[in-house]
Write a protein that binds this ligand. Structure first.
Ligand SMILES: [Zn+2]
Length: 663
């Protein structure tokens, strides 16, 4: 189906066989002309006619991911011809050319030592290294709002070859200097190595470990969640063929109808971790206020109260789930909290930008791999002990749709190590994303529309659990082929918690959602899994349009709605902060076909609108419903921005920035 690796092989062949290359180049030029002219017609249709009623060739599927009377999601080619122009294979960019000069070693007595790689050290003249402890400040009763982003650095202590790091220290900075090798400057020394290491201290949770030894009830299932932001299921297949093959070949179960529930990371992860929808989460958890998230019923607190060891880690501190325009946590939310380590790596180490991410390399390591390495260390350390670990990465994928193609091998390695280290024999692992690409020309295609809504999600169950819970395994396999959402994952986590003697509130965002370990209804539509119409991938696109007049009336109504969200923002002189927007053009109007309405008859028709406004050229998407009585509704009152507004909405510090073009 997908021949990515063959393509790269072919590219290598070109250099070796000139005659073959000439034929290939001629054919490529011919094909390119065809493709370019095809997309030119497609684009021109936007410009020359008032609107395009649909795009027949683009909406075609190849069978179904999900197919029942309430939901049909087409299977599509990950390399759909309409998106090939956006696809590239990114090169893996290592952060250092040599092995790491230092590492943390676990001693027999459980102490942790910092050790220099003596083989590498031979390459330096007069190498001298020191280490410094890094701490998160202890919060006062009225902590400042930035406490979750603060760290302190102690003084640097020199050591030779190896030194034991005191038990209270969980993060260290290491610096090594050596004499310059060049004769003229041989008296000078320079920094030749800097790194930050986390030190995982199981003794922090010794109370839980001793409780575990005393209890002899049923075995509790540990949960390890490993996430890569912004990767659709088809993007995983397209950009990570090695990882994708590994998952399919080794018994992971794919939730192939896993549909996002909110626009970006926060609502999707909150649905999974709290069972709440976005407005409930904003109201209950007050994430922009100090202590808001500390008092939020995130399910890791329930696991913690059920004697699970808990951990949370995420890279790219500035944009991480609980910190992007949010206050984060006053107290560490989990037993093991990776944020001080990530902040230290970003603050004290040289950074290297790659894949459009400024924090791709923090010193000699990839930021994302730092998080997954820690996740592995955590899971391995607590094999046999109930634990809940949540680890999320942004740096490899957040800013570039092809970014993960660079780390395909690296990610497969992480999954293989889970196996070698024995984690897969012990724990449930969920390897997932939160949504697909949300902006740009890719997102404006029908294929991009689907990818946005369908992140990848693979579940691993350990053998012992499958043997003891054959019915749960059977249900999971059946549910994997139906429509599911992050709320179902929340219910699954709640189920695991209940089996371990703990409890958490049922999902308030989706009262009908249920654990994937119990058979769900076969006929499930978006309304059953807490997914609003705007994000629902259970859609086939039809060929019908609407009259030109109606299209313009509708588009102007959408623009008025956009404007109604920002017109109240004024400066001190009472002048509008955001420009008044006008319709520039209608990019697309496509009928959305549903399978069956809740009462068996439709009585309405729905259309997907893409339009562009001026000034600023913002592009938006909305689902419009035309009722039989002639009324027109913006479904769920939701309009989505589908191109970036990062550089044009800076004047609005809070509120609906996506609708604002700064005056
Ligand atoms: Zn995200």
């Amino acid at each position: 189906m997908f021949c990515g690796p063959r393509f790269w092989y072919l590219a290598q062949c070109i250099c070796r066989r000139p005659a073959f290359s000439a034929i290939l180049i001629l054919s490529t030029l011919f094909a390119a002309q065809y493709l370019i002219s095809d997309s030119f017609v497609y684009l021109n249709r936007y410009q020359d006619v008032p609107y395009i009623s649909s795009n027949i060739s683009e909406g075609k599927g190849r069978g179904f991911l999900v197919s029942n009377s309430k939901c049909q999601i087409p299977e599509r080619d990950p390399l759909d011809p309409w998106i090939r122009q956006f696809v590239t294979k990114e090169k893996f960019e290592p952060c250092t050319k040599t092995a790491l000069l230092t590492r943390i070693v676990k001693m027999r007595n459980g102490e942790l030592a910092l050790r220099v790689n003596l083989n590498l050290a031979k390459n330096y003249v007069d190498l001298s290294c020191c280490w410094a402890p890094i701490h998160r400040p202890k919060p006062s009763e009225t902590p400042d709002r930035n406490i979750d982003s603060e760290i302190s650095l102690g003084s640097c202590t020199e050591f030779n070859d190896e030194t034991i790091i005191p038990a209270k220290v969980e993060v260290i900075l290491v610096k090594c200097k050596a004499k310059e090798m060049r004769p003229r400057t041989k008296k000078n020394t320079r920094t030749v190595y800097e790194n930050v290491h986390p030190l995982l201290r199981p003794e922090k949770v010794s109370e839980k470990l001793s409780q575990r030894k005393r209890s002899n009830g049923t075995r509790k299932l540990s949960v390890l969640l490993l996430g890569i932001d912004n990767v659709a299921r088809w993007n995983l297949e397209r950009s990570m063929p090695i990882t994708s093959r590994h998952l399919k070949d080794t018994g992971w179960i794919e939730l192939q109808g896993y549909n996002k529930v909110g626009e970006n990371t926060f609502p999707n992860l909150m649905a999974m971790l709290t069972g709440m929808n976005n407005s409930q989460a904003m109201k209950v958890c007050k994430p922009t206020e100090s202590f808001g998230l500390d008092n939020c019923p995130i399910i890791w607190y329930s696991f913690k109260n059920t004697s699970y060891v808990t951990a949370y880690g995420e890279d790219t501190a500035e944009i991480s789930t609980f910190h992007y325009n949010k206050a984060g946590f006053v107290n560490p939310p989990t037993d093991f909290y990776l944020r001080p380590y990530i902040i230290a790596a970003e603050k004290y180490l040289p950074l290297k930008r790659h894949l459009d991410n400024n924090y791709y390399c923090t010193g000699p390591d990839l930021s994302g791999i730092r998080v997954f390495n820690y996740a592995l260390d955590f899971a391995k350390t607590f094999i046999g002990v109930p634990y809940f670990g949540f680890f999320w990465t942004n740096s490899m994928s957040h800013d570039n749709i092809n970014g993960v193609s660079a780390v395909d091998n690296k990610i497969r390695e992480i999954l293989q190590r889970l196996d070698y280290e024995g984690v897969l024999n012990d724990s449930m692992v969920i390897f997932l994303s939160d949504h697909g690409t949300r902006y740009g020309l890719f997102r404006e295609t029908i294929h991009g529309w689907y990818e946005d809504k369908l992140p990848f999600n693979y579940v691993w169950l350990p053998e012992w659990f499958k043997v003891d819970n054959a019915d749960a395994l059977e249900a999971l396999r059946a549910n994997a082929r139906t429509l599911t959402s992050p709320f179902d994952l929340y219910e699954t986590l709640r189920d695991i918690l209940a089996r371990a003697g703990g409890e958490a509130d049922p999902s308030s965002g989706c009262p009908h959602c249920q654990s994937l370990f119990s058979q769900t209804k076969k006929e499930r539509g978006c309304e059953d899994v807490g997914v609003s119409r705007l994000w629902c991938a259970c859609t086939m696109f039809g060929n019908n349009g609407v009259s030109n007049e109606l299209a313009h009336e509708t588009a102007n109504k959408i623009v008025s709605y956009i404007d109604s969200n920002v017109q109240r923002y004024r400066n001190s002189g009472g002048k509008r902060i955001c420009y008044k927007l006008r319709l520039k053009k209608i990019l697309r109007v496509t009928e959305m076909l549903e399978s069956v309405s809740s009462n068996g008859t439709f009585g309405y028709r729905q259309f997907l609108y893409h339009l562009q406004v001026t000034p600023g050229d913002g592009k938006f998407e909305a689902v419009i419903r035309y009722d039989e009585d002639g009324s027109l509704t913006i479904v769920d009152n939701e309009v989505t921005r589908i191109n970036s507004y990062a550089s044009t909405a800076g004047c609005l510090h809070a509120g609906p920035k996506q609708f604002c073009y700064c005056d």
